[in-house]
Design a protein around this ligand. Structure first.
Ligand code: NAI
Ligand code: 13P
Length: 331
């Protein structure tokens, strides 16, 4: 890896911290924007992010930390965004520096709620970033397991294979394997959708459904995901690949999953507000299901799982009733 590759991470949460850790294994220096001045000072002194993924050890000597997004964006060519989608628009509004000549990789698994666009489209349409400068980092990978250096696989999707290769080389290492893909749109939609299916898995668990039903739910979820993505971006893709099915499974089954955890509380009877207050992390699927539901109404896709989660989270419907109805639509 060339030491001159200038990559910065935008965001201060678990996934941003995990990406910084992966990059630090290969690069001499990594730029890192986060809002919290306190967290920056803590990392400099104690080598750990105090708020998220605090088990990951970081080397402050390798990090160029700033709480000024413009300072980091101006100084780096490749920017990896890892801010939850619900806060992306507000964070980007702080920018006075143009993104037009930057290469943007989104590590965000969601839809920008205000525009209803997947993140790559948001950068393209709102910030005039050319399509060949936009990429996605996805795959079944929890930040917590990166911190533990457990073997993980990531998919890097970009229209320009040269850019995908640069990022792939910067991230791959002892415990990280990378794969390159040209399905940017499909990968992004899959990453957004699997969070909704993980909320469904959590709700089912919270309601007392067992492993037998969970397997049926996940089997139906991957077929629903396939139908959904085909309607928004038709191309040849193998939905069983890790970036699609793999990501769905890790989120649907792992105890680390934020979305499943959130769904589980809803299934147990928590209100949306109280479930959110219980969580110190963001469950992207909560925001995604609203936009995903609106998109599917336009495309006319059959999505019983999305419909059930939407009805519970936004329609004020009882989880028990909606999931009873859902069981009759599964096969
Ligand atoms: N955690 C993980 O294992 C993975 C997460 N992702 C994706 O990465 C993205 C970031 O998620 P996490 O790092 O898990 O989130 P997190 O829940 O660990 O961290 C939340 C982040 O949101 C920021 N935040 C909270 N309120 C904010 C506000 N009002 N304005 C701006 N920022 C605010 C916090 O400072 C923090 O940086 C999401 O799209 C997620 O789906 C993708 C793969 C793995
Ligand atoms: O996207 C992720 C893992 O691939 C993280 O989301 P969850 O925490 O809900 O699993």
């Amino acid at each position: 890896m060339s030491n001159s590759t200038k990559i910065a991470v935008i965001g201060g949460g678990s996934w941003a911290t995990a990406i910084v850790k992966m990059l630090s294994e290969n690069l001499e220096s990594v730029g890192w924007y986060m809002r919290s001045v306190y967290a920056i000072e803590h990392i400099k002194r104690n080598k750990h992010n105090p708020n998220y993924l605090s088990s990951a050890e970081l080397n402050p000597k390798q990090l160029i930390l700033s709480s000024d997004i413009n300072e980091i964006v101006a100084a780096y060519d490749i920017l990896i965004f890892a801010i939850p989608s619900a806060f992306l628009k507000t964070e980007l509004e702080k920018l006075t520096v143009s993104l037009e000549n930057k290469t943007i990789f989104s590590a965000i698994k969601g839809i920008v709620p205000e525009t209803g666009l997947i993140v790559g489209e948001h950068f393209q349409q709102v910030y005039n970033v050319p399509l060949e400068n936009i990429g996605v980092i996805s795959g079944p990978c929890h930040a917590e397991e990166v911190a533990m250096e457990r073997l993980s696989y990531l998919t890097i999707a970009c229209q320009d294979p040269a850019k995908a290769k640069i990022l792939s080389k910067a991230i791959a290492g002892r415990y990280i394997k990378t794969k390159i893909s040209d399905d940017i749109v499909g990968t992004e939609y899959a990453a957004m959708l699997k969070n909704i299916y993980a909320i469904a898995a959590g709700i089912a668990h919270g309601l007392g459904y067992g492993d037998n039903f969970q397997a049926v739910l996940m089997s139906n979820a991957i077929r629903e995901m396939k139908r959904y993505i085909k309607k928004v971006h038709r191309m040849k893709r193998n939905i069983n690949n890790s970036a699609y099915l793999g990501d769905l499974l890790v989120t649907g089954y792992s105890t680390f999953s934020r979305n499943r955890m959130f769904g589980n509380m809803i299934g147990k009877g928590y209100t949306v507000k109280s479930a959110m207050m219980e969580m110190s992390m963001v469950a992207e699927g909560y925001y995604a299901v609203k936009s995903a539901y609106e998109i599917k109404q336009k495309t006319g896709t059959r999505t019983p799982i999305i419909d059930a989660v939407y009805a519970v989270l936004y329609g004020g419907k009882e989880a028990k009733d909606q999931f009873e109805k859902l069981t009759n639509k599964m096969n």
